[in-house]
Design a protein around this ligand. Structure first.
Ligand code: NAD
Ligand code: 3PG
Length: 533
């Protein structure tokens, strides 16, 4: 059945066409995002939800979205999506991080000019036939210092444009390297220095716990008299009442505000103030940017729903459409390795090490780790997937380490998973042959070559005569056919294991009888999601 996507905000209809062309059914209901109740009613029917900033993807909506696999944000900010809730439910959240950056940077520059020259007020006055030539005295931008808070995609475009306008740019961004600052022609400074030196301040950070209220009364007090502030990033970065106080006192000479604490902002004291230029969250609103983000989000969502490719996901490693088919068998391998350990380990797991040997070390190991972790915790959390597994493993305080090394044995490449609990360390290694099927090649340091089946029986036992007969007889007596039987041992008479691939589940009630046998140390029935034989 074709996947179904709901577009619940106003997107360019290019997106609709792309979904259709890629075999995805699409409902374009651009006003539905604002109707919370109706959205809750219908969301259960959809595999994908394409949004801008009007649709709020809350925990409640996610709980009702029983089929949802992907939320696609046609734009940058995902603060309208409850990402932890989506991740816990295994829903990928993706955005289009570059499609509207130029447009938004241009809007910030436009607001800076509008504020510097009071263009909106001069326009209104002129339209009214007042010709108030003496009322509007602006300031030049040339030679002024621009303080940039946040120098990522949009901030760095603003920086280069401002340098072109002959401004001196100082930037505060904890993740900006000296080298990148030099390339952009900006001076990297601390925040207080930026406040002290900037004639114009423009914000380009996401809204996080660290950036919320970054422009408050205390910050404004540190600024130059007559500073002008531009916010095209997110409402919540600027404390509006403190900005209003600064404007009233004359400390702040003007402000250009595109984003507000409460949106839609229909009433706001800022609206009545002179030298405040406001736009209704228009940063991304150009035909070029909207085409870019609609096209990108539809391609990304369709690629995921149809081919399993992951691009620009906030909560999952990327998998390109080209690598998806090659990676798929190894994703399955990583998952069954995790599933083996998850099923045989009863103590709480404290540490996990995932070793990638040879060719597997060159693959997308982030995706493979997510798959291994999903397999590992699925025995405790049934509906975990590659998106939710890393967050759940972290919540459980399990430490995850990745090791990569060059080819070290007869296999082109293999993956080895080792877990530590309070009392023991357990490991399993596996590889994929050219048939694309996963194989276990080592358990507890004992080599073997075992195909992985949906139903399996795993025993640790004495390396003694009669084991094959015992297990064969017990299976036979209970009507369970053995498809494949693998034995391994570390040395003659030492530790031994048996792994049986069965056509049906081994009866739970017979396990105790098996475990009671003097040659059997432990017996576990296992299940793997590899489909029936
Ligand atoms: N007005 C609009 O319509 C519109 C359009 C697009 C984007 N945006 C918003 O613009 C903002 C920037 O987008 P972007 O694409 O440049 O994001 P980005 O992730 O590329 O850049 C953000 C930068 O902020 C920096 N940063 C993070 N925490 C910081 C802190 N505490 N102090 C200083 N810098 C910090 C990061 O290191 C990064 O370099 C986002 O909030 C986005 O939602 C608004
Ligand atoms: O984060 C973004 O991309 C912007 O805030 C644009 O939001 P919009 O798509 O609702 O215009």
């Amino acid at each position: 059945m074709a996947p179904r996507v709901l577009v619940s905000d106003k997107l360019s209809t290019t997106a609709v066409q792309i979904f259709k062309d890629r075999g995805v059914e699409v409902d374009y209901l651009p006003d539905l995002g604002k109707d919370k109740e109706k959205l809750l009613e219908v969301i259960g029917q959809y595999d994908g939800l394409a949004i801008r900033s009007a649709t709020k993807v809350t925990e409640k909506l996610i709980a009702a979205a029983t089929n949802l696999k992907v939320v696609g944000r046609a734009g940058i900010g995902v603060d309208n999506v409850d990402i932890p809730a989506a991740s816990r439910r295994g829903i990928i959240v993706m955005n289009t991080p570059f499609g509207n950056s130029i447009t938004t940077a241009e809007h910030a520059i436009a607001l800076m000019f509008a504020v510097a020259r009071q263009i909106p007020e001069a326009n209104t006055s002129t339209h009214a036939g007042k010709w108030e030539k003496n009322r509007f005295m602006g300031v030049e931008i040339t030679g002024k210092t621009l303080g940039l808070i946040g120098c990522g995609n949009i901030g760095s475009i603003v920086a280069t444009r401002a340098v072109g306008l002959k401004m001196h740019v100082v930037a505060f961004d904890p993740f900006l390297s000296e080298q990148r600052a030099e390339e952009l022609g900006v001076e990297k400074v601390e925040l207080d220095e930026l406040f002290a030196r900037a004639d114009f301040i423009t914000l380009h950070t996401p809204l996080t716990d660290k950036t919320r209220n970054i422009i408050n009364a205390e910050a404004i007090a540190k600024m130059k008299d007559g500073v002008r502030i531009i916010n095209c990033a997110r409402g919540g970065l600027v404390v509006e009442k403190d900005l209003i106080a600064g404007l009233k006192s004359g400390k702040v000479a003007g402000a250009g505000i595109d984003v507000f604490e409460v949106e839609p902002a229909e009433q706001n004291e800022l609206f009545n103030m002179e030298n405040v230029v406001c736009t209704p969250h228009l940063g991304a609103s150009t035909s070029e940017a909207q085409e870019n983000v609609a096209l990108q989000v539809a391609e990304q969502m369709a690629d995921y729903l149809v081919k399993g490719a992951v691009t620009n996901a906030i909560n999952m490693p990327s998998i390109t459409a080209e690598e998806a088919p090659r990676l798929k068998p190894f994703v399955k391998l990583a998952e069954v390795l995790g599933a083996f350990v998850g099923q045989v380990t009863e103590d709480p797991i404290k540490e996990v090490e995932i070793l990638f040997d040879g060719s597997t070390a060159q693959m997308n190991t982030k995706a493979l780790i997510s798959a291994a972790l999903a397999g590992l915790i699925r025995p405790q959390v049934a509906d975990v997937n590659m998106v939710s597994a890393p967050i759940m493993v972290k919540e459980r305080g399990i430490i995850v380490a990745e090791v990569k090394r060059d080819k070290s044995g007869v296999f082109d490449g293999y993956i080895k998973l080792t877990v530590k609990t309070e009392h023991m360390t357990r490991s399993i290694a596996g590889t994929c042959f050219s048939d694309g099927k996963p194989r276990f090649i080592q358990i507890k340091g004992i080599n073997l070559d075992a195909e992985v089946g949906q139903h399996m029986l795993y025993t640790t036992n004495a390396d003694a005569p009669g084991i094959i007969g015992l297990l064969g007889t017990v299976c036979g007596q209970n009507g369970v056919n053995i498809a494949n039987f693998q034995l391994g041992r570390n040395r003659p008479g030492g530790d031994a294991i048996a792994l049986l691939y069965l056509d049906a589940p081994f009866p739970e009630e017979v396990l105790a009888k098996l475990r009671a046998h003097e040659t059997i140390d432990s017996a576990k029935r296992l299940q793997f999601d590899v489909g029936p034989a």
